[in-house]
Design a protein around this ligand. Sequence first.
Ligand SMILES: *Cc1c(COP(=O)(O)O)cnc(C)c1O
Length: 370
Amino acid sequence: MPRPILATVHPDALQHNLARAHHFAPDARVWAVVKANAYGHGIERCFDALRSADGFALLDLAEAERLRALDWRGPIHLLEGVFEPRDLELCSRLHLWHTVHCTEQIDWLAAHKTQVPHRVFLKLNSGMNRLGFTPAAFRSAWARLNALPQVDEISLMTHFSDADGARGIAHQVAAFEAATADLPGERTLCNSAAILRHAKLALRGAQSLSADWVREGIALYGSAPDFPEKRVSDWDLLPAMTLSSRVIGTQTLQAGDTVGYGSTFTAEGPMRIGVVACGYADGYPRHAPTGTPALVDGVRTRLIGRVSMDMLTVDLSSLPSAGIGSEVVLWGRASSSAEVLPIDEVASAAGTISYELMCAVAPRVPFASS
Ligand SMILES: *Cc1c(COP(=O)(O)O)cnc(C)c1O
């Protein structure tokens, strides 16, 4: 019998969350962002649920090949573009659309022999200072690309640093508008936080900020990018992954008894705890402290003590009927009740974000779909 831990991907939730992007950005086409193996959910496992997306965005060429192997013939966008000149061969062969964010990538295109002209997304660094041309260099990059026979359509792109937070996006939108004002081409600006919070903001008068294409990542997987200000329920998003396991042992403690490595938890009175087959070697965050929420038999309780490699402990004081075999949901949906534990709550308790937890589910954890 394998360990009872399981990651379950929910296709209905993926479909629902994709529809939410269309709701918030009704005029836009939606890239389903499936980088990092669909944020840890598995590209192949998510593909059917997401095939009504207008395109898939990712950054690993091997992942683009996997999408074509699934017979996806629609758009694929390489968000970081190519990493070396020979990657352009694959772009030509698989019809990948690719970001162009630096001069070297233009040089490589200029030297590339191709039958099919490429569709590219010229990226503006509008203030995040990660990838992209500065506003001062943007127009000459556009003009150079526009003169290349290897280039077909040029779209315009930028990425927001603070769409989820107080600083917002107005300063970057202003930089984008100024740098691109009279350039033709489709636009793509919004990530999940911008889709949910800012998609209706005006851009260039008549056009909405979400004009043309939006890039939905984390919201697709059922996490609120702006947690704790907003929760998934506020945005009507559903968790696309449940990480669950079972109780494999119980202990009854007396006042003064401690739990786990480092004895970081001390019982104040008699209590019962459950030992769960899930640890940091499964990708569960070791930094999740006492108090981090979990569901046992569909009822909310808390972690106590330190997370160890293969096990963690939960408080069963308010769950007299729980015992060996009880279902424990580390995040996602309980099977025995309508209770949902948003991954955002677990991530926040552990001092990180949902993205990291999804991507960190370890290879030893089996996956299922339902
Ligand atoms: C990852 C990524 C996205 C998606 O971001 P979310 O916050 O997950 O929605 C969008 N655009 C770019 C360029 C990205 O790298």
